[in-house]
Design a protein around this ligand. Structure first.
Ligand SMILES: *[C@@H]1O[C@H](CO)[C@@H](O)[C@H](O)[C@H]1NC(C)=O
Ligand SMILES: *[C@@H]1O[C@H](CO)[C@@H](O)[C@H](O)[C@H]1NC(C)=O
Length: 267
């Protein structure tokens, strides 16, 4: 019967959750997930965090440094990734299809999620700690509440290219403490591979692309004794090697905590 199998599934889940809180059986992480799209489904554990219908963290942020993950283009369909998915921040912005077939409440239909945060409980080779909304989206219609009650489930996933509405462009957020000698740039809403492995900056009138260093999450930084002068062009390299140049994307009167939307997007 559906109800007793649900109870059983949830009892197993509850046992696992309590095992986690008092010293989990450590499972080694799987190989890093890279920008390959071979359609093969891999196994993972899924949990969820935050509000039942929410985007995960209370402040709608996360370890990638994105804000407002409850709003477009993520719309709360986001997740923490364990080490081989989050990759110290390199996995920020990557996209996955996720689905589940057990328990009964699962629809087995893939939904797309974005990596915006990290989790490091070693409970499985791959572990997605999904927003309440994203976890519930793997359920059959009207069964999301029932699925969330399970807390932890087996899930299948595969890397997919990120697709955004046409008006979503690569966007730069200049982090708060930035000044002409220290610029920290958060890169977000990259389509295609979604995640970024290199960011270079070019000052107006210069021919030199200066490589930025990875700082944390999706934030890249440059420290320089010679004050930087805008406007800046920014070159973004995705994990699959695509290079996108946003000419003069950041104006000369840029402000710390300013958000600058480019007019370019990855494929
Ligand atoms: C996995 O990614 C992390 C973060 O980028 C890196 O430090 C580590 O070396 C990678 N592991 C492998 C096996 O490539
Ligand atoms: C990147 O980090 C290295 C090592 O700390 C440093 O020498 C270099 O100046 C940094 N580059 C930038 C662009 O800040």
């Amino acid at each position: 019967m559906a109800s007793s199998s649900l109870l059983l599934a949830c009892a197993v889940a509850a046992a696992m959750v309590s095992a986690v809180s008092c010293g989990p059986p450590k499972v080694p992480p799987g190989p890093n997930i890279t920008a390959t799209y071979d359609e093969k489904w891999l196994e993972a554990k899924a949990t969820w965090y935050g509000a039942a219908h929410g985007a995960g963290p209370k402040d709608n942020g996360g370890a990638c440094g994105y804000k407002d993950v409850d709003k477009a283009p993520f719309l709360g369909m986001n997740s923490c990734g364990s080490d081989p998915i989050f990759k110290d921040g390199k996995g920020c912005g990557s996209c996955f299809e996720v689905k589940c077939s057990k328990p009964d409440a699962c629809s087995d239909k893939p939904v797309m999620i974005h990596i915006t945060d990290m989790n490091d409980e070693p409970i499985a080779a791959y572990h997605f700690d999904l927003s309440g909304l994203a976890f519930g989206a793997m359920a059959k219609e009207g069964k999301d509440e029932e699925l969330r009650k399970c807390g932890i489930i087996d899930m299948q996933f595969r890397r997919v290219k990120c697709k955004y509405p046409a008006d979503t462009k690569i966007t730069f957020h200049i982090e708060k403490a930035s000044n002409p000698n220290y610029l920290a740039l958060l890169v977000k809403y990259v389509a295609g591979d979604g995640d970024v492995v290199g960011v270079d900056l070019k000052e107006k009138g210069s021919e030199e692309w200066k490589p930025l260093n990875e700082s944390w999450g999706a934030v890249w930084r440059i420290d320089t004794p010679k004050p930087l002068k805008g406007p800046f062009s920014v070159r973004v390299t995705t994990e699959g090697g695509e290079k996108i140049v946003a000419d003069d994307a950041i104006p000369d009167d840029w402000k710390a905590d300013g958000v600058y939307k480019s007019n370019v997007q990855a494929k």
